[in-house]
Design a protein around this ligand. Structure first.
Ligand SMILES: Cc1cc2nc3c(=O)[nH]c(=O)nc-3n(C[C@H](O)[C@H](O)[C@H](O)COP(=O)(O)O)c2cc1C
Length: 364
C-alpha cells in the first residue's frame, strides 16, 4: 500500500530518468521528423518534459539553425535525435557538440562504438534504441547513458514486438544498469505508472504530442489524428517477402492503398521479366519519399504519410503541450491516490484532462 503523497511517490519512481534528463518529469517527447522542430521541442521542455529535435534528413547548417532557435525558446534541457545512417553523421555530431547539446538520441539502426564515444568524449549524454536484450547489453557495454525501448504500437518506423512484451523482456534484464525509457502506445498516466513500476526510468511519447497547440503540424494533419481510432493506425503492408518493406505505422489513407497497388504492379512486372528485381525494390523504396513532409507541412492527408501510433485513438482535441504533460502526471497521481485509499483504479474521478494553465508560457 502506498503511503507517500502521490507526486512524491511518482518522483521517486522516475528519479533516475529525471536525473539523466535534468527535468521535472521523465517524459521524453519522441523526435518526430517535421513535427519535432523548435516550437514543439521548446514547448515540451518548458512544460516539464524533455523535448527532442528530429534532425531527420537535415544537413549540418539546417541543424545548427534549428538547435540555436530552440535554445532561444527554452532554457530547459532538450535533446537532438540523429539518424545513424545519415551520410553526414559525423558533421551532425560536431554541430551538437559545438552548440553544447546535452543529450543526443541515436536512432535508425545500431550506432557505432566510435559515434557513441565521440559524443561522450565531447560531453553529451547518449541514448539509443534497444530492440532486444542482447543489443541492449551491447549498447550498455559501448557506454550509452540510457536506452529507449519502443514497441510496435508506436507511430513511425516500428519493430515487430509489442511494448508490453519488450518491457517484460528488457526491463528485468538491464534496467538496473542504465535508465530505460519505454515508448509505444502510451496515452495515459496509468500506463506511465505501470511501466515505471516495472523498472522503467521514464517514457517516450510521440503521437500524443502531434496535436499540441505548439505543434506546427498542418491543421489537416491534426484533424486526421483527432478523427482516427486506434485501429486506423496500421503498419505498412508487405506483399512479397522478396520485396521487403520497412514497416511504418501510419493512418490508413489513399496513399497506403496506392502503395499496395504499386507493390502489386512491381511484382507483376518483375515476374513478367519487364523489370529487374533491384529496380523493382528501388521503386517500392522510393514510393514514400517526401511523403511525411507532404502530410505534416502541406496537409496532404490523402496521399502523404500520416505516421501515427495506436494511441492516436486517445487524441481527442488540440491542447497546449503543458496540459498534455500535466494531464499525464495527474492521471498517474490519481492512480496512486486511488490505490492508497483502496478505491478501484480507473474510476470516473481519474482526470481525462487537466485545466489549461492560467499563466501563459512566456516563451511558447
Ligand atoms: C509522425 C512521426 C514521426 C516520427 N519520426 C521519428 C524520427 O524521425 N526519428 C525517431 O527516432 N522516431 C520517430 N518517431 C517515433 C517517435 O520518436 C516515438 O518514439 C514514438 O512516436 C513513440 O510511440 P507513440 O507514437 O506510440 O507515442 C516518429 C513518430 C511519429 C508519430
Amino acid at each position: 500500500m502506498t503511503t507517500a503523497p502521490p507526486r512524491a511517490h511518482l518522483d521517486h519512481l522516475w528519479a533516475r530518468g529525471r536525473a539523466l534528463l535534468g527535468t521535472s518529469t521523465a517524459i521524453m517527447g519522441g523526435a518526430m521528423s517535421w513535427v519535432s522542430e523548435r516550437h514543439l521541442v521548446a514547448a515540451i521542455s518548458n512544460g516539464g518534459g524533455f523535448g527532442v529535435l528530429a534532425c531527420g534528413s537535415m544537413g549540418p547548417d539546417l541543424l545548427t539553425a534549428e538547435i540555436e532557435a530552440t535554445q532561444a525558446l527554452t532554457g530547459q534541457p532538450f535533446g537532438v535525435n540523429l539518424i545513424t545512417m545519415h551520410p553526414e553523421l559525423d558533421a551532425l555530431i560536431d554541430v551538437c557538440l559545438r552548440l553544447g547539446v546535452s543529450h543526443v538520441v541515436l536512432a535508425g539502426g545500431l550506432p557505432s562504438g566510435p559515434s557513441i564515444r565521440r559524443l561522450k568524449d565531447g560531453g553529451a549524454k547518449v541514448l539509443c534504441f534497444a530492440p532486444a536484450v542482447a543489443l541492449a547489453k551491447k549498447l550498455i557495454r559501448l557506454g550509452v547513458d540510457g536506452l529507449i525501448i519502443e514497441g510496435a504500437e508506436a507511430g513511425g518506423h516500428i519493430g515487430p514486438v509489442s511494448t508490453s512484451v519488450l518491457a517484460q523482456e528488457i526491463l528485468p534484464a538491464v534496467a538496473h544498469e542504465v535508465p530505460v525509457f519505454v515508448a509505444g502506445g502510451i496515452g495515459r498516466g496509468e500506463a506511465i505508472l505501470s511501466y515505471l513500476e516495472m523498472g522503467a526510468a521514464g517514457v517516450q511519447i510521440g503521437t500524443l504530442f502531434v496535436c499540441a497547440t505548439e505543434s506546427i503540424a498542418h491543421p489537416a494533419f491534426k484533424a486526421a489524428f483527432i478523427r482516427a481510432n486506434a485501429r486506423d493506425a496500421v503498419p505498412t503492408a508487405q506483399l512479397d517477402p522478396r520485396f521487403p518493406v520497412i514497416p511504418v505505422r501510419a493512418l490508413r489513407n489513399k496513399g497506403t492503398e496506392a502503395f499496395t497497388e504499386t507493390q502489386r504492379r512491381v511484382i507483376e512486372r518483375v515476374r513478367a521479366g519487364d523489370l529487374d528485381q533491384k529496380a523493382g525494390q528501388l521503386e517500392i523504396e522510393h514510393f514514400w519519399a517526401g511523403a511525411l513532409r507532404r502530410a505534416v507541412i502541406d496537409g496532404d492527408v490523402e496521399s502523404g504519410s500520416l505516421m501515427a501510433g495506436q494511441s492516436v485513438g486517445l487524441v481527442k482535441e488540440e491542447q497546449p503541450t503543458r496540459v498534455i504533460i500535466d494531464t499525464l502526471v495527474a492521471q498517474a497521481e490519481a492512480a496512486l491516490a486511488a490505490r492508497a485509499s483502496g478505491a478501484p483504479q480507473g474510476s470516473p474521478s481519474t482526470p481525462a484532462t487537466v485545466a489549461a494553465p492560467v499563466v501563459p508560457d512566456p516563451v511558447a
